[in-house]
Design a binder for this molecule. Structure first.
Ligand code: GRF
Length: 203
């Protein structure tokens, strides 16, 4: 069976990347990570890619006059490798409309809250400070907004009275590592149908 080709975009430690690599290598999902691209030179995610002999690139945003030119350099790699799906995994940049439109319906992101609550870069802290009793994570398609695209999968975790950002983040992360590969596999198997804001999962 055909395995879809993934590009994973990262900026940091890459634990979601690792979960995706592991799911691919153990044949739990119909996908293979073809390339890992980072906007940070020292991202540990690049080391993870190297360990698994996966092509990896640091594309320095500072080497380009603007965001679009930076993305064009990324797009060149993606097109050359005939990538089927782009997975943002802790990629800390907002994509321009150029990139989002070029790969419409082919970019996913994982976010550590139950969207649309607590978008942005501090989803776990914001949930704690708000006082919600449950939080979780969301895999969604990427549109031009920040964490606003159509939702594919969500997982819920309880927020405990004595939680810190660290303990809540760890509980959420465990679920991230499950639902991101699962969402990728649904895509790989042609099971996701985007209808406006809703993503239907075909049985
Ligand atoms: C995760 O919490 C993810 O939800 C968010 O950034 C973090 C990335 O962690 N988008 P990692 O680099 O995958 O370990």
């Amino acid at each position: 069976m055909y395995k879809i080709k993934l590009a994973v975009l990262v900026s940091g430690r890459g634990s979601n990347l690792q979960a995706i690599i592991d799911a691919c290598e153990s044949n739990r999902i119909n996908a293979e990570v073809k390339v890992v691209i980072s906007d940070k030179k020292d991202a540990y995610a690049l080391e993870r890619a190297k360990k698994h002999n996966i092509k990896n690139f640091f594309i320095d945003p500072k080497a380009f006059p603007n965001r679009e030119e930076h993305e064009k350099a990324i797009a060149k790699i993606i097109d050359e490798l005939q990538i089927d799906l782009i997975c943002l995994a802790g990629y800390m940049r907002i994509l321009t409309s150029y990139f989002v439109n070029k790969y419409k319906g082919k970019i996913m992101n994982i976010h550590p809250s139950l969207l649309p609550s607590f978008p942005g870069t501090s989803g776990q802290l914001d949930a704690l400070q708000y006082g919600v009793k449950f939080s979780g994570c969301t895999v969604h398609f990427v549109d031009e907004g920040e964490d606003t695209g159509p939702i594919i999968l969500q997982a819920v975790v309880p927020v405990k009275d004595d939680d810190t950002v660290e303990s809540l983040s760890a509980r959420i992360l465990e679920e991230e590592h499950k639902i991101y590969p699962e969402a990728i596999n649904l895509f790989a198997n042609g099971k996701l149908k985007i209808e406006g804001r809703r993503v239907k999962i075909i049985k």
